[in-house]
Write a protein that binds this ligand. Structure first.
Ligand code: HEC
Length: 165
């Protein structure tokens, strides 16, 4: 009887061990597959965030000079969000440490928008634009020059809306 009990217990222990290692193997394979999904997930690069900032920088000018302050407020916040996203998603790029230089210029434009002051808006927008170029120069991208835009970027958006003041 003792012998039978021993055999039974040994078999039970063996079975539960192999059950454990089976489920460990299963969990490991799930982790590996999730890890590879994370590694291969699409992540926008710094250049894509910059192209996004470029569009908002351009719209910001036409919104502010048209004194469409609600749109200008929207556009400056889009730039702020893109800057935050760069810090999160492009932190592997060494240039990102220079991004701090943009913050005072963004804050100044934002102040002009909140004060609905078109003269200070234009002045601070120029400083913002110069800061874009200062950073491009500091990271050897001086071939990439930003300027105050001449024409609105899109023909299907109205910038001057009287009710938006
Ligand atoms: C960290 C410093 C830094 C600041 C500040 C900065 N940029 Fe850039 N910018 C870069 C770098 C680095 C690249 C190159 C990205 C790449 O490798 O794709 C770039 C690329 C660009 C591009 C090129 C995209 C293209 O395909 O033509 C544009 C446009 C651009 N920036 C606009 C701006 C504007 C507008 C501002 C200011 C509101 C600005 N950048 C501020 C570093 C900066």
């Amino acid at each position: 009887m003792k012998k039978i009990a021993f055999v039974f217990l040994t078999a039970a222990a063996f079975f539960s061990c192999s059950q454990n290692s089976n489920s460990n193997q299963y969990l490991q394979s799930q982790i590996d597959s999730l890890q590879s999904q994370i590694n291969n997930a699409y992540k926008p690069g710094l250049g894509e965030f910059m192209s996004d900032i470029q569009v908002h920088h351009e719209k910001l000018w036409f919104a502010g000079t048209a004194q469409n302050w609600r749109l200008a407020d929207f556009e400056i916040h889009e730039i702020m969000e893109a800057v935050d996203d760069i810090k999160t998603y492009a932190s592997d790029r060494p240039e990102v440490k220079n991004l701090v230089m943009l913050q005072p210029a963004i804050d100044s434009v934002n102040n002009s928008i909140q004060q609905k002051n078109v003269v200070s808006f234009e002045r601070n927008f120029l400083t913002l634009t110069n800061t874009c170029n200062n950073c491009h120069q500091s990271v050897n991208y001086n071939f990439n020059k930003i300027k105050i835009p001449d024409t609105p970027p899109f023909s299907n958006q109205v910038f001057k809306i009287d009710s938006a003041k």
